[in-house]
Design a protein around this ligand. Structure first.
Ligand SMILES: C[S@@+](CC[C@H](N)C(=O)[O-])C[C@H]1O[C@@H](n2cnc3c(N)ncnc32)[C@H](O)[C@@H]1O
Length: 271
């Protein structure tokens, strides 16, 4: 399988997966996800043989994944009866990393083509259901058991949706469950507006569709939604502690640029 068979926004899973695969090769990895390394090798056997092939420049995405994992673990530690909505899951192996108890029902959702790849690359797991669907067609919500606390994780997804679709998605999830946690990441308005010139996104034939300078304000979209906190990404102490020296230097310089440090934000809400 070559990632050439993925189309448009689906291709955006590749750089994130590559970053997680390369992290697993560090002596002291941030995520330590061997599934990412195996899936990346199958998706693109030459992924580490090209120019910049083994560079750890994507480590901020790994820090983002770790932040989502840590928040998810703490929510599930207190809600062993939760249902998890892992939206725009790509080939991320979060359910295996977190290894929730059998009392948790986990749903991995992405486009049908990605779900087919997941079935080829990742082992099946009890209490983990794959849903091949666009996330904005909210009929998938009808398949999820109600009446239980929900954990919604959207890693690297929200920027690819329109603001109207994000609003409908958040309202749909909050209205469907008695309580829960929503964790997602966003890009800034600047990053959204300039994404049409981003060489990687151009190559994939996609772009960001929304951006927020104050993602905490999303809580105002629903009376039951409350902003909790934010996790650092581009200036994360974890990134600075674990990244190789050349990567640390690059992020230090980039973070001096206005807007860069807060170009991506990881935020958590509850209801
Ligand atoms: C940047 S990747 C992130 C993948 C994964 N969450 C991770 O962090 O490794 C974005 C993912 O969102 C999925 N995606 C984008 N728009 C979507 C939509 N409207 N419905 C379902 N999935 C979508 C893509 O197919 C892709 O797998």
């Amino acid at each position: 399988m070559e990632d050439g068979e993925l189309v448009g926004v689906q291709k955006t899973l590749t750089p994130v997966l590559r970053a997680k695969a390369l992290d697993n090769r560090l002596p002291d990895p941030i995520l330590g996800d061997h599934y990412a390394e195996e899936a990346m090798r199958r998706l693109d056997p030459d992924y580490d043989h090209r120019r910049f092939g083994t560079s750890q420049l994507g480590l901020a995405a790994v820090v983002r994944a770790k932040a989502h994992d840590d928040w998810a673990r703490s929510f599930l530690a207190e809600h062993s009866d939760a249902v998890v909505l892992h939206l725009g899951c790509g080939l991320d192996a979060r359910v295996y990393r977190i290894d929730p108890p059998a009392t948790v029902d986990w749903y991995d959702l992405d486009y049908p083509a990605i779900i087919e790849l997941r079935q080829q690359f990742l082992p099946p797991r009890e209490h983990c259901t794959l849903i091949g669907s666009g996330v904005t067609d909210l009929t998938w919500l009808d398949r999820i058991p109600r009446g239980r606390p929900v954990l919604m994780i959207a890693e690297g997804l929200v920027p690819y949706l329109t603001e109207a679709d994000v609003r409908r998605l958040l309202a749909g999830v909050v209205d469907a469950f008695p309580s829960g946690q929503i964790q997602l990441d966003t890009v800034s308005v600047w990053a959204w507006r300039t994404s049409k010139w981003d060489p990687t996104l151009r190559r994939y034939g996609t772009r960001f569709r929304c951006g927020f300078d104050d993602p905490a304000a999303l809580a105002g979209w629903h009376p039951r939604l409350e902003y909790v906190d934010e996790a650092p990404m581009n200036d994360s102490p974890l990134l600075m502690a674990k990244a190789p020296a050349n990567v640390r230097r690059m992020y230090r310089i980039l973070n001096l640029l206005p807007g860069m440090k807060r170009s991506s934000r990881i935020v958590r809400f509850r209801f």
